[in-house]
Design a protein around this ligand. Structure first.
Ligand SMILES: Cc1cc2nc3c(=O)[nH]c(=O)nc-3n(C[C@H](O)[C@H](O)[C@H](O)COP(=O)(O)O)c2cc1C
Length: 286
């Protein structure tokens, strides 16, 4: 059987056959997903998010260490600042790509380079892209406002990608709302070196999502998401307020939309959310 190949200059550098990267997604993109994506010819990323721990990272890395394919690791900057050992463990695993997003400290870039590791970060404006290149980051992930999970909802994916490519001399991956071969073709045609897919892979059986979450993702339409801080506030995750997340719309998001300050002091709402994962909360008829 011949294997599919669709290369860009960047995929050749990375030693992969397809311009597809699974986005590092805390609680969703573990080692099993990363291994499956890398074995299929893309670049699998082991992701650790707000609730990252050194033990969990080590456990998920078991799936990819020793594999005969490149893999990556993605961490969250403000979480690494709180738990620096995450970076030590990530560097020791010698991923081909290390991505750290949503942080202010760029010292990790030089530490990764010292280990021969290629670095990436997610950016949401041209200014942030220029700053990342100045700090030495090798690969930019232009993450548009359509993106699932956390990110600064500043600019749509295509306009951001185009503006960053015009301004910055570095490989740029496109992220945000890409979930079909048409979407992949569009960003490659615009000049992206690869696509960085999150939500699409969250619906795969290899992801750490529950069957219920996968069903909810697959059943959702293009108007079923919302950008919100409600889950962060309810879970006490200290994400900066300028970085909300895009999630499936449900009765919880509808109830607390634009009322996050009130939610912060409503302990009963916190408890009820902790007892019921977001995708089990029914959606009201539109
Ligand atoms: C459930 C979920 C969790 C995420 N967690 C992280 C994370 O821990 N670290 C990170 O850098 N990005 C995270 N992201 C953002 C992705 O890296 C990426 O920007 C986004 O998924 C791209 O948009 P898409 O979901 O429309 O493909 C997450 C995204 C999702 C959907």
């Amino acid at each position: 059987m011949t294997s599919v190949q669709l290369t860009t200059a960047w995929t050749t550098t990375m030693g992969i056959r397809l311009p597809i990267v699974n986005a590092p997604m805390g609680g969703v993109a573990g080692g099993a997903l990363a291994a499956a994506v890398s074995r299929a010819g893309g670049l699998g990323m082991v992701g650790m998010g707000s609730a990252a721990s050194v033990g969990h990272l080590r456990q998920e890395l078991e799936h990819v260490l020793g594999m005969d394919h490149p893999f990556g690791i993605g961490l969250v900057g403000w979480v690494v600042a709180r738990e620096p050992e995450l970076l030590q463990v990530a560097l020791a695993a010698k991923p081909t790509l290390l991505s750290i997003s949503f942080g202010d400290d760029s010292s990790w870039v030089h530490r990764a380079h010292d280990e021969g590791i290629i670095t990436a970060t997610q950016i949401s404006t041209v200014q942030a892209a220029e700053h990342a290149v100045e700090t030495g980051v090798d690969v930019l992930v232009a993450r548009g406002a359509e993106g699932g999970g956390h990110g600064e909802p500043a600019v749509g994916t295509l306009p951001l990608l185009a503006a960053v490519l015009d301004q910055v001399c570095a490989p740029v991956l496109a992220a945000g709302g890409i979930s079909s071969s048409r979407g992949l073709a569009a960003v490659l045609a615009a000049g992206a070196s690869a696509a960085w897919l999150g939500t699409f892979f969250a619906a795969c059986p290899e992801a750490m999502t529950s069957p219920g979450a996968r069903r909810a993702l697959l059943a959702a339409s293009e108007v079923d998401t919302v950008t919100t801080r409600a889950f962060d506030v309810a879970h006490d995750y200290p994400w900066p307020t300028r970085i909300p997340e895009r999630a499936l719309r449900n009765d919880f998001t509808r109830r607390w939309l634009d009322r996050e300050d009130e939610l912060a002091t409503d302990h009963q709402a916190h408890r009820s959310l902790r007892m019921r994962p977001p995708w089990t909360i029914p959606r009201s008829p539109q």
